[in-house]
Design a binder for this molecule. Structure first.
Ligand code: ADE
Ligand code: ZN
Length: 319
């Protein structure tokens, strides 16, 4: 369906109201400082920051690893199934305000089992929020379990094993955390096993690491979708393949800005990717840490790159 172009001054309203799917967000990255403090208080977990404002003002990062360290500290307040429900419910309420109609939500079981929680505490709490989302918010939501790539493949196998009794509550498997030095090949066997088990497969690739990581996410892990993938622009043969095979990229512009993948939003390659025929989508990644939810990602990126309503319709269709 072709939509008529609209005047630039009406673009923010189109971006806000347009129905969209969010396909790349880490639920732990939606924990706002207010909720971190509230949960810390109710669970008796002390934080290294004296106030909500002090915590928020620490959200300045030079790279992915600096972010991951503070993101991990935020997760220490999560203790009960109710905490996981509350975190996901708060995100879904916020997503509804941004006209999200479908969300595929990443979570890292290993972060929480590393703090002594059971996988079922995590998965049951998140899943209950997803199951209630159609009635509460008019949103369908599903869960993707991300292995942490800085840990071993053996630990990923253990994580998969722990999730299997709750298999029906998880739609897919992904790969997140520190990218450089932890290539997709490290997880070849556990992804093959997840594939045999019928999980849908995605992986972060080409966020900070070179295009070779995207090639091996596709060829070794056999993922259906690439999370980030912005480094593909440096490899013409890879770009051709992504276009020809319509491999979706879940792009997260404000994340890339905050983690210094691009020096400014005006340098982001989203527009070039779309104009080259890449099936790109716009997503928030870790909205509590990166300065905005999905609509902030749309409006700020469109303004910085001079994108049009036709790009908006294309992105919504892609998602
Ligand atoms: N975990 C949470 N956010 C992430 C990101 N942007 N890249 C890799 N792992 C993550
Ligand atoms: Zn991510």
């Amino acid at each position: 369906m072709n939509h008529p172009p609209i005047a630039p001054e009406r673009l923010p309203e189109l971006l806000r109201a347009m129905p969209k799917a969010e396909l790349h967000m880490h639920i732990e990255g939606s924990l706002e400082p207010e909720l971190i403090f509230a949960m810390g208080q109710r669970n008796g977990v002390a934080l290294n920051y004296p106030s909500v404002e002090a915590l928020r003002s620490a959200y300045v990062f030079n790279n992915l690893q600096e972010f991951l360290d503070i993101y991990h500290a935020g997760t220490t307040v999560l203790k009960t199934e109710q905490d996981f429900f509350d975190m996901a419910n708060a995100y879904l309420a916020r997503a509804q305000a941004d006209s999200v109609v479908h969300a595929e939500i990443f979570f890292d079981t290993q972060t929480h089992t590393g703090h002594g929680l059971g996988a079922e505490t995590v998965i049951n709490g998140l899943h209950r929020a997803c199951a209630e989302a159609p009635a509460r918010f008019g949103i369908t939501a599903s869960l993707i379990l991300c292995f942490l790539r800085h840990l071993s493949e053996e630990e990923a196998f253990e994580c998969l094993e722990q999730a299997l009794p709750l298999r029906d509550k998880i739609v897919g498997i992904g790969l997140a955390s520190s990218e450089v030095g932890h290539p997709p090949e490290k997880f070849a066997r556990v992804f093959a096993r997840a594939r045999e088990l019928g999980f849908r497969l995605v992986a972060h690739a080409g966020e900070e690491a070179p295009p070779a990581y995207i090639w091996s996410a596709l060829d070794v892990l056999k993922v259906e979708r690439i999370d980030h993938g912005v480094q593909a622009i440096h490899d013409a043969a890879l770009m051709q393949r992504l276009v020809a095979q319509r491999v979706p990229l879940t792009v997260c512009p404000l994340s890339n800005l905050k983690l210094c993948v691009f020096p400014t939003l005006a340098d982001h390659n989203l527009r070039r990717m779309l104009d080259a025929g890449i099936v790109a989508t716009v997503n928030s990644d870790d909205p509590a840490y990166f300065g905005g939810y999905i609509n902030d990602n749309f409006t700020q990126t469109f303004a910085a790159l001079g994108m049009t309503s036709q790009h908006a319709y294309q992105l919504a269709r892609n998602s």
